[in-house]
Write a protein that binds this ligand. Structure first.
Ligand SMILES: [Mn+2]
Length: 378
């Protein structure tokens, strides 16, 4: 057996002879359309927004919204769906890198019209899907830089970001990205079974840490942070201590049971909007009971029920919001796509409410029903 007889040797020789013309062209276009990455990325061929459609970024389109190929054309749209396929920040079961893909896929179920709410999202919103942020799975800090830059790009152009996560570590760069463009304080309404307020998990900034770092941002003070749904046996003592030290507001599920969703929503709005100019909603799918949302990395029994949650998420959106993230959807543990579907329905519910309250989009002029104001009852 000789070196030159090996198929491997043949393949090595062939590998340097292949042209790269089309590949180079593609990557040049991807860079042009996907914009320059954050300064910390050494390989300058990696764009900010992934245009490749490859790997875990082969996503389709959210709710049938057109794909915006050239990010230089962003501006004037009401909403941008943006995927962050990251699970580097998970501390137990990973898999959220497939969250954006799964939510986009199952979002094709339905027409974006809801007779109960009375909103047709297709008719009222000018929405685009901008694809995924190019995250760097081996380096969470570089991924944060990419996410913050991408969200900043959307916010600067006044396009409402709907972030498809991704693990919850992205809560920090999401708020970071929008913070320079908000002329005042940002309140955060955070749905979760977990505090996510530790400084570090295992020596790094991971998915149990976003709100420690987000509330260090000068215009995102912890006094405007409201956490709803906290509780269960994956709780963090450290997180509760930090919430106490920083005067954040923690609302457990027992609180929700005792006071009811109307009062809790009202209270949450009051805290989040106090001296604030904008409110961001961070929605961790694990605030739901795992019976309804098994597809997540750190499930905790005893969470929200879909009917109460879908109602409550609209209540806290009615004053308008500056952005929404739905995180921790982990399709490898899902059953029949029910977790991804719930994530999509949360997004649609929030969008419907901000359309109804006149914050984004435009409701058409609709005639009142025939025969008076209401045909109900009697
Ligand atoms: Mn959680």
């Amino acid at each position: 057996m000789k070196h030159e007889d090996l198929k491997g040797t043949w393949a090595m020789d062939r590998s340097v002879q292949w042209p790269s013309t089309k590949r180079d062209e593609r990557s040049e276009t991807a860079l042009e359309h996907g914009l320059e990455s954050a300064a910390s990325i050494r390989d300058r061929k990696i764009p900010l927004f992934n245009r490749s459609g490859g790997g875990f970024s082969n996503s389709g389109r959210m709710l049938g919204a057109p794909f915006l190929e050239d990010m230089r054309e962003l501006g004037g749209q009401d909403v941008a769906f943006i995927g962050v396929p990251l699970d580097t920040g998970t501390t137990y079961r990973s898999g959220t890198r497939f969250g954006p893909e799964a939510m986009r896929r199952i979002s094709s179920l339905g027409s974006s019209y809801n007779p109960e709410i009375g909103v047709d999202l297709v008719e009222t919103l000018n929405a685009v899907d901008v694809g995924d942020v190019s995250v760097i799975p081996a380096n969470i800090e570089k991924s944060f830089d990419q996410v913050a830059k991408a969200i900043g790009y959307l916010t600067e152009r006044s396009v409402f970001p709907v972030v498809l996560g991704g693990d919850h570590s992205i809560g920090y760069p999401d708020v970071m990205g929008m913070s320079p463009y908000v002329d005042g304080n940002i309140g955060i309404i955070h749905f979760d079974r977990h505090s996510d307020l530790s400084e570090f998990n295992m020596d790094e900034r991971m998915h149990g840490t976003p709100f420690f770092h987000a509330t260090n941002i000068p215009n995102a003070p912890p006094q405007n942070l409201v956490q709803i749904g906290i509780g269960g046996w994956t709780g963090s003592r450290d997180g509760l201590r930090i919430a106490r030290d920083r005067r954040a507001t923690v609302i457990t599920l027992e609180d929700v049971d005792q006071f009811g969703i109307d009062k809790v929503a009202e209270y949450a709005l009051d805290i989040a909007w106090r001296n604030a100019k904008a409110v961001f909603i961070s929605f961790d799918i694990d605030c739901m009971d795992p019976a309804f949302a098994p597809g997540t990395g750190t499930p905790e029994p005893g969470g929200f029920l879909p009917r109460e949650l879908l109602k409550m998420i609209r209540m806290v959106s009615r004053e308008g919001i500056a952005g929404l993230e739905v995180v921790e959807v982990a399709p490898p543990y899902d059953v029949a796509d029910i977790t991804s579907l719930l994530g999509v329905r949360v997004i649609q519910s929030v969008l419907a409410e901000v359309v109804l309250s006149g914050q984004i989009g435009k409701m058409p002029e609709l005639k009142p029903p025939e025969g008076g104001e209401s045909t109900m009852g009697g």
